[in-house]
Design a protein around this ligand. Structure first.
Ligand code: HEM
Length: 450
């Protein structure tokens, strides 16, 4: 007999919808902004959404129909909270559980030809192309030496690191890696994409407003595509563009670039979060400076704790059997990994900095711990993002010890569930750099004095 999927009540649906989409909308789904991030942190939007999800799971189990989802998407969405169901969906064929879900359609504003919006043959071609250029299956990207050199030269922050400064440095890094050194100061290309992404934010709920901006967006997209195509043609040696010539055929190579350029912002966020954690956790910092595997685990913890891509969405392209439950074609699925990774009813490490889970198999075994997603549609840029982040972190940690001036984080209290990454400010401490663990008192004194 088929597994029945219960339906959440209207009240439960409304509570979860308000809490979850409020967090998403405040952050800005396609372009995050400081005002929304600050408000989301003050309201602690993640905790409200987590509590709503936990209550639904307590009453109905781990797979639930949410009868009403946001306007602009489908009428109902399947909320996936059980680890076994998360695993079944992510490890299932991307052909059937397609990442091209209605929730992502706002992306068409800035990348109508993007991998995430494709299906069938087109998707396979674009995915093969992305995997080749991003060198997804190699232990080290084939351009690793150049990439690490770029990152090292850009990691120069005299005195302090703020989100604004780090953001600019990572924009330069992204352009140099993608397009080559001549693009280092081409802020215009990044700004055009940013403007398109901000407009895409409106697509989530305010289609009428979006329509008003349609003409402007068409022009911006044309301009962005022209600039990217110029870089593709030039194919500066050592850039990702230089890899296009040998990559598997893809109908629109330039159309893949917007998502890559955008994704470097998540890498910036993750690096800042990791530095904030290491600056407030002296024992973990001391180990991270000595041991590269441990530093990598710290980076993964930073993305688990405050996931820059907190929702994984799918749409079924035909009838599907999800562990005995029948899903009709066009079922929208939501896996709220950002909540599941902080699920304090399941995980005893939910609210603490626990790099060891990435070293002892705990994270690997549990599919709800998937900040880069997994399976056929998992992030193809994971290793590149990790390479960039690891190089940035080890360069900065080798040069300085930092104290976190804002926001407030402490090793002796549960970590906040919502963080305002834009507010992160790290102050370099005077004195020689060493690998000794700072005492908690030293850290808080330096932060208070800055
Ligand atoms: C900390 C940094 C990053 C995080 C946390 C992250 C996370 C994710 C997640 C969760 C997905 C969704 C996968 C799914 O639907 O199952 C994704 C997709 C994707 N990411 Fe990343 N990502 C990061 C950096 C990057 C970078 C640097 C690139 C490229 C340069 C990149 C390229 C992509 C692409 C092309 C997709 C679409 C995959 C598909 O639809 O098949 N990401 N990423």
């Amino acid at each position: 007999m088929a597994r029945e999927i219960p339906t959440a009540s209207r009240g439960e649906n409304l509570r979860f919808l308000l809490a979850y989409t409020a967090a998403t909308l405040l952050r800005g789904p396609y372009a995050h902004g400081p005002r929304g991030a600050s408000l989301a942190a003050r309201l602690d939007a993640t905790t409200h959404a987590l509590r709503a999800a936990q209550e639904i799971r307590r009453r109905h189990g781990g797979l639930i129909w949410m009868p009403r989802w946001t306007p602009g998407t489908t009428g109902r969405t399947l909320l996936v909270l059980a680890p076994e169901d998360v695993e079944a969906v992510l490890s299932g064929p991307a052909e059937l559980y397609s990442p091209d879900s209605p929730d992502k359609h706002g992306m068409a504003v800035f990348q109508p030809d993007g991998l995430s919006l494709s299906r069938g043959r087109m998707r396979r071609d674009r995915r093969d192309f992305a995997e080749y250029v991003l060198d997804s299956h190699a232990p080290r990207h084939r351009l690793c030496d150049r990439i690490t050199r770029i990152v090292r030269t850009e990691m120069t922050f005299p005195g302090q690191i703020t989100h604004a400064e780090a953001g600019l440095a990572f924009r330069r890094i992204a352009r140099r890696i993608l397009f080559g050194d001549p693009a280092r100061d081409d802020e215009m290309t990044t700004d055009i994409l940013r403007a398109l992404r901000s407009d895409a934010n409106w697509d989530v709920n305010w289609r009428a407003v979006r329509r008003l901006r349609g003409r402007r967006d068409a022009k911006l997209l044309e301009l962005f595509t022209r600039r990217v195509s110029g870089y593709v043609r030039t194919a500066t040696a050592g850039s990702l563009m230089s890899q296009f010539a040998d990559a598997p055929i893809c109908a629109d190579p330039s159309g893949q670039v917007a998502q890559w350029l955008m994704a470097f912002e998540s890498t910036t966020t993750a690096v800042l979060q990791c530095l904030a954690l290491l600056s407030t956790h002296p024992h973990q910092r001391a180990e991270a400076v000595r041991n590269e595997d441990y530093l990598r685990a710290c980076f993964m913890e930073a993305v688990r704790l405050w996931d820059p891509v907190p929702s994984i969405t799918r749409a079924t392209t035909g009838d599907a059997d999800l562990r005995g439950a029948h899903l009709p074609e066009d079922t929208s699925l939501l896996i709220p990994v950002g909540l599941l990774q902080r699920d304090d009813e399941r995980l005893d490490y939910a609210d603490r900095f626990a790099p060891e889970i990435w070293l002892n198999g705990t994270a690997e075994r549990d599919w709800t711990i998937s900040p880069f997603s997994r399976g056929e549609a998992g992030c193809p840029g994971r290793d590149l993002a990790t390479l960039v982040a690891m190089t940035a972190l080890s360069t900065l940690l080798r040069g300085h010890r930092y104290a976190l001036a804002a926001p407030e984080i402490s090793a002796s209290r549960p970590l906040p569930r919502t963080i305002d990454t834009f507010a992160i400010k790290l102050v370099a401490l005077p004195g020689p750099v060493d690998t000794r663990a700072q005492t908690d008192q030293e850290v808080s004194q330096s932060a208070a004095g800055s």
